[in-house]
Design a protein around this ligand. Structure first.
Ligand SMILES: O=C(O)[C@H]1O[C@H](OP(=O)(O)OP(=O)(O)OC[C@H]2O[C@@H](n3ccc(=O)[nH]c3=O)[C@H](O)[C@@H]2O)[C@H](O)[C@@H](O)[C@@H]1O
Length: 442
């Protein structure tokens, strides 16, 4: 800061204005030249005096009054109150606990993972941009839950490099749980750019900041079952090809996996990608079929149940949120340290990818009949051919790798999982009229 100020000030070295250095045209006007020289010397003298005074008053005064951070309003990012909240939220219970930055913390999976980490004593800081892709009130309600658990959620975008750097300046994060993303398979037809913005540009921005952090954190992030695209060999294994995505969403998640490889290879970041298989449960995402089917069935509205060209129902390997949370924690617990420092790789680092599914695909027709039973309402179903907007016909995870290396073992079937979801849904929204409460415990 000091040097840039000095650069803009008038030169302070009198020698710079030696007459022989004066431009030649000045010699033709001797008197004017002398007057000018004396003016210049005065100017130089005063400039010098100014700089000396500036140096004494500003640069040598105690840092409390000169730090730029102090000039910011206290509870804005960078302000004193804000910093206090950040530090409080990230304080681990003991030396063996982690300090985790959770991006997308006000999202469905983000909220559950943050709570689970906090409960076991880890320090957690949330980051979320609270975008309006779906009902933002639900995100605020999740934030309230996090708040009550002592987790502070910073409002900001993963594309904001200054904000991320500031967070890493204030806190030493051992891990980043990166769950912020533009999700949803079908919405990519409407808003393709939002996928590039969050899943590619945002991810790169985050990795850039992580790469430069000292020490570098280990990163665990959410990829997607959709990377298996048009594959027909089941169950999907991590070794299978993933170069035929059926949606732009899937393509951006696949791109994320390749980008992860680069940052691991060049900068020594430890990175683990988790391919989630249709995660559902309490506090879920309203854009997902099980969620809006529940809403529409209760309203008596018709629902479209997609089927394949040969008349079979599409099927999903639905995975309950608590199982996913265990998988995320297992990935964090087995993540090795990144090996870079100062942005440079010091040795090979860990790079992993795992399926986190349930290994039992359920046809949508079956899912709907479970909802009908739980809601005690008959659904108005309409069979519809699977639209060509990115959906794949079925998903089915092979989870043996995650089982072996993360201790991942899904324990909740669709029926009991949907039961918990419906219980939450009714307590949150009511059965008929939409209620805006957030009283339900997580
Ligand atoms: O597994 C994943 O990685 C993905 O899981 C879900 O994607 P999806 O399985 O397509 O979940 P839904 O959008 O809830 O669709 C579930 C099933 O319902 C079907 N569906 C959807 C909408 C509809 O009106 N009718 C209908 O039958 C879909 O074709 C699909 O088979 C999430 O939305 C993605 O963010 C996530 O990445």
């Amino acid at each position: 800061m000091a040097s840039s100020l000095l650069d803009n000030s008038p030169p302070s070295t009198p020698g710079k204005f030696k007459p022989d250095k004066a431009p030649p045209y000045l010699h033709h006007h001797h008197h004017r030249s002398l007057r000018l020289q004396s003016n210049i010397s005065k100017l130089t003298f005063y400039s010098f005096l100014f700089l000396v005074l500036f140096f004494f008053f500003f640069l040598l005064s105690p840092p409390s009054s000169s730090s730029p951070r102090r000039q910011l309003s206290a509870d804005l990012p960078g302000g004193r109150l804000w910093e206090k909240k950040v530090l409080k939220s990230t304080r681990p219970e003991s030396a063996v606990c982690f300090t985790v930055l959770v991006t997308g913390a006000a999202g469905f999976v983000g909220t559950h993972v943050s709570i689970a980490l906090k409960r076991r004593g880890d320090g957690v800081l949330g980051l979320d941009n609270f975008n309006h892709y779906y009902d933002v009130n639900l995100k605020h309600a999740r934030r309230n839950v996090l708040d009550r658990a002592g987790i502070f959620v910073v409002e900001g975008d993963i594309n904001d490099a200054d904000l991320l750097r500031r967070l890493f300046d204030v806190v030493y994060f051992t891990h980043v749980m990166h769950l912020a993303a533009q999700a949803g398979v079908r919405y990519a037809m409407q808003n393709p750019k939002s996928y590039v913005h969050s899943n590619i540009a945002g991810f790169v921005n985050l990795l850039e900041v992580c790469k430069s952090a000292n020490p570098q954190p280990a990163i665990v992030w959410a990829s997607s079952s959709s990377v298996y695209g048009l594959n027909s060999k089941v169950p999907f294994s991590e070794k299978d090809r993933t170069d035929r995505p059926a949606s732009l969403y899937a393509a951006t998640k696949k791109a994320g996996e390749e980008i992860a490889h680069t940052y691991n290879h060049i900068h020594g970041l430890s990175i683990t990608g988790l391919r989630f298989f249709t995660v559902y449960g309490p506090w879920g995402r309203p854009d997902m079929a099980y969620f809006f089917f529940t809403k529409d069935i209760l309203k008596g509205k018709e629902i479209s149940v997609f089927e394949t060209a040969d008349g079979r129902s599409v099927a999903r390997d639905f995975t309950y949120i608590d199982d996913i949370v265990k998988g995320c924690l297992g990935a964090l617990d087995t993540a090795k340290k990144s090996t870079g420092s100062g942005g440079k790789k010091k040795g090979p680092a860990q790079l992993r990818i795992y399926n986190l599914g349930n290994t039992s695909p359920v046809p949508m027709t079956k899912m709907v009949s479970i909802l009908e039973k739980l809601l005690k309402v008959k659904a108005k179903k309409k069979a519809q051919p699977l639209p060509r907007n990115g959906d794949v016909e079925f998903t089915h995870a092979n989870i043996s790798l995650a089982q072996r290396e993360l201790g991942y073992k899904p324990a909740t079937g669709l029926e009991s999982g949907l039961k918990k979801f419906v219980r939450w849904y009714v307590s949150y929204y009511g059965t008929t009229k939409k209620k805006n409460g957030s009283s339900s415990a997580l």
